[in-house]
Ligand binder design. Structure first.
Ligand code: BEZ
Length: 257
């Protein structure tokens, strides 16, 4: 989860509008292949739904998230969790693996994240994750930007959606050995209309508007997006693109610092 201070996380709203995020994250748990007894850092743990999946596999899990509200929600599930910015992790080779689902796109300084993950892993440790890749929610972002532009506003993207080459380069620059990396479209059914998605995730954009104008802005976006994202049965699908990867902290030495 996030590091943007313009995004406020509400666990109840998240549960209502975004439970699919953790439901669809189970393949990433499988990619990590956690083993009983392993110490795992869940980076951007959110409300801890996938931390619990790791605990149920016998792992010792620490969740970190920049949102105090989400950390409190994770603790309510019994997850050991701390408030921490993923861009300033300070762990000393404590973990066998780092796991991250649907969080890295909120961390717009990836080199800092990867350095922190490297430092957190023991030699030979694994890093597996999934997040938004190039083209993720392109239709939604274009509609938001057009609606803001019509109001004379421009907001820099709060999200980091790299392509495969860019993320591979970042991993390798941080000394990881990439074991798998794939960008793929994953159209994602929303639990309601796109309003819930916008209210849950698009605050870095909507907060630039006066509070009194936000509801009508979102209502306008719902109508703009209906032809592209809503089918004849009234079911909404967001144009998600995922970047799924695994990498290891090689045990070998290297000469540069
Ligand atoms: C995502 O999971 O791809 C995502 C979620 C919220 C905002 C942007 C992207």
């Amino acid at each position: 989860m996030p590091s943007s201070n313009r995004q406020h996380w509400n666990p109840e709203r998240y549960a209502a509008n975004a439970r699919f995020v953790s439901d669809l994250g189970l393949p990433v748990v499988e990619l990590l292949a956690p083993r009983p007894g392993e110490r795992i850092l869940d980076l951007g743990c959110g409300d801890g739904a996938l931390s619990v999946a790791l605990i149920e596999r016998g792992c010792e899990v620490l969740g970190v998230d920049s949102s105090p509200e989400m950390v409190a929600a994770a603790r309510r599930r019994g997850v050991r969790a701390e408030v921490m910015d993923g861009q300033s992790l300070r762990f000393d080779e404590r973990f066998d693996a780092v796991f991250s689902n649907a969080a890295l796109h909120w961390m717009t300084r990836p080199a800092l994240v990867l350095d922190g993950v490297w430092g957190a892993l023991r030699p030979g440790g694994r890093f597996a994750g999934e997040f938004g890749g190039q083209g993720n929610v392109r239709t939604i972002v274009a509609a938001i930007e057009a609606a803001l532009s019509a109001r004379g506003l421009a907001v820099a993207s709060p999200w980091f959606f790299p392509d495969e080459a860019q993320f591979r380069e970042l991993l390798e620059a941080s000394r990881f050995t990439v074991t798998s990396l794939a960008l793929f479209a994953r159209p994602t059914r929303l639990p309601g209309d796109v309003r819930g998605w916008l209210e849950t995730f698009a605050q870095p954009y909507t907060c630039t508007l006066p509070a009194a104008d936000r509801a009508s802005f979102v209502a306008e976006l719902v109508e703009t997006l209906r032809p592209a994202l809503c089918d004849a049965q009234g079911l909404w699908t967001a144009d998600y693109v995922r970047l799924r990867f695994s990498a290891t902290k090689s045990c070998g030495t290297r000469s540069d610092p």
